[in-house]
Design a protein around this ligand. Structure first.
Ligand SMILES: Nc1nc2c(ncn2[C@@H]2O[C@H](COP(=O)(O)OP(=O)(O)OP(=O)(O)O)[C@@H](O)[C@H]2O)c(=O)[nH]1
Length: 390
């Protein structure tokens, strides 16, 4: 990110630190697990996975019974009835999955449905193994032998983390191998050969999953993050702030919001140049991230204006936090070449009561009062939205 290129001196790092830095740059940890993914990204991914699960479930529930007439001609009479019943059961299970997956609440839901999408065909494969037995060596029944490879290939369609992809792969391969495990044929040459092939295709599927996830994360980041400061864009901020407001209303908790603006920022640009101004913005954003909690939502509202939502924070508590931000800003000059740039910031602060957009109007008024009354200070909006001067 641009922020890091300005502030990080990679050349002076030791080798382990440099490797770790590179790992962080490509966001390797974001591909391993979803712990570091933003909550709204998880929801976007959940919807993405769920939609694919639905489409595939519907597709296979329609296609599977269509093969019954073909089975009528190629299967031995003794197996046909059982196989047709298995196909219908498989088709109905997938249809039920399609109906159940009509909406998604969380990534956990989507993951479970994905697991079902893999386990149901694997169980169908198992039933085919038991019903058809030695007939499977008949070349006309090749489609039954190919089913495990088809199931594994479907894994490619989903953007999954390494942990999710590997777990899903292990469960699928385990289910597919159950009949060989039960019949103690796991270690025959033919079984090992099959297993090896499944593992190779699965590795490629996991690679495809990680590539999709990586691309989605990048697109999501570009759409929601300000390129210079790494903070949320105004649109992404508004969307998160609205959901935070719903949550605070549901649990009857206080939600506080602050607008901060760097004082006389134009003078910094005019005196030291635009790049110095950029460095000041990056440094101030980093100070915000350092002082505020990880759960606070920070956005770049405009050029040198920043917006913050502090969940579950009373007005007096929020005031202390924002005061700490202003103190840090005043006491930490930004080094730019030989210059030591001193700066201050002003803030408007208030509770979010009705909706985010209206609260911003009131808090913006407070910010302008802070500017008018001398800068480097906070003005609070009271609960009844009367301006209280500090
Ligand atoms: N370097 C840099 N400057 C920016 C960026 N976005 C906006 N600006 C500049 O920020 C300055 C804002 O100036 P003003 O709105 O007059 O505010 P101010 O000088 O901070 O004055 P007060 O807010 O009244 O204290 C303008 O000169 C913009 O060009 C940016 O991304 N980088």
């Amino acid at each position: 990110m641009r922020e890091k290129s300005i502030l990080t001196d990679v050349g002076s790092m030791t080798l382990p630190h440099r490797l770790r830095y590179m790992f962080e740059q490509v966001r390797g940890y974001e591909l391993i697990g979803s712990r570091n993914h933003p909550a709204d990204f998880n929801l976007v991914r959940a919807e993405y996975i769920n939609t694919r699960v639905r489409v595939l479930a519907l597709l296979f529930s329609i296609l599977t019974p269509l093969w019954i007439p073909v089975d009528y001609f190629i299967l031995p009479e003794s197996s046909f009835g059982m196989m047709a019943a298995a196909r219908l059961l498989f088709s109905l299970s997938l249809l039920a999955l399609w109906v159940k997956a009509s909406y998604v609440f969380s990534l956990r839901h989507a993951r479970f449905r994905l697991l079902m999408l893999m386990v149901i065909p694997a169980l169908f494969h198992l039933s085919a193994q038991f019903i058809l037995g030695e007939h499977l060596s008949d070349a006309r029944l090749a489609s039954y032998t190919f089913l495990p490879f088809l199931i594994i290939t479907i894994h490619c369609v989903f953007p999954l983390t390494l942990r999710e992809g590997s777990l899903l792969a292990l469960i699928t391969i385990f289910t597919l191998s159950l009949d060989e495990l039960i019949q103690r044929q796991m270690f025959t040459l033919a079984s090992l050969n099959n297993l090896w092939l499944l593992a190779v295709i699965m590795s490629i599927a996991i690679w495809a999953q990680l590539s999709q996830l990586h691309m989605q994360l990048k697109l999501f980041e570009q759409a929601t993050t300000d390129a210079l400061t790494g903070l949320l864009t105004r649109r992404a901020f508004m969307s998160l702030a609205e959901s935070e407001l719903s949550r605070s209303e549901r649990y009857n908790r206080t939600l506080t919001m602050a607008l901060l603006d760097l004082d006389h920022f134009k003078v910094i640009n005019d005196t030291y140049g635009h790049q110095a101004g950029d460095k000041v913005l990056v440094t101030f954003s980093r100070q915000l991230k350092d002082v505020l909690r990880a759960t606070d939502i920070i956005g770049r509202y405009g050029g040198e204006e920043f917006i913050i939502v502090l969940p579950e924070t009373r007005l007096d508590e929020a005031e202390q936090v924002i005061q700490r931000v202003l103190d840090t800003c005043r006491e930490t000059p930004v080094q730019y070449g030989n210059h030591s740039i001193r700066l201050t910031a002003s803030a408007g602060l208030g509770e979010v009561l009705v909706d985010v957009q209206t609260s911003i109007l009131y808090i913006d008024e407070a910010l302008y009062q802070a500017k008018d009354s001398g800068r480097d200070r906070i003005i609070k909006v009271a609960g009844e939205r009367k301006l209280l001067t500090e």
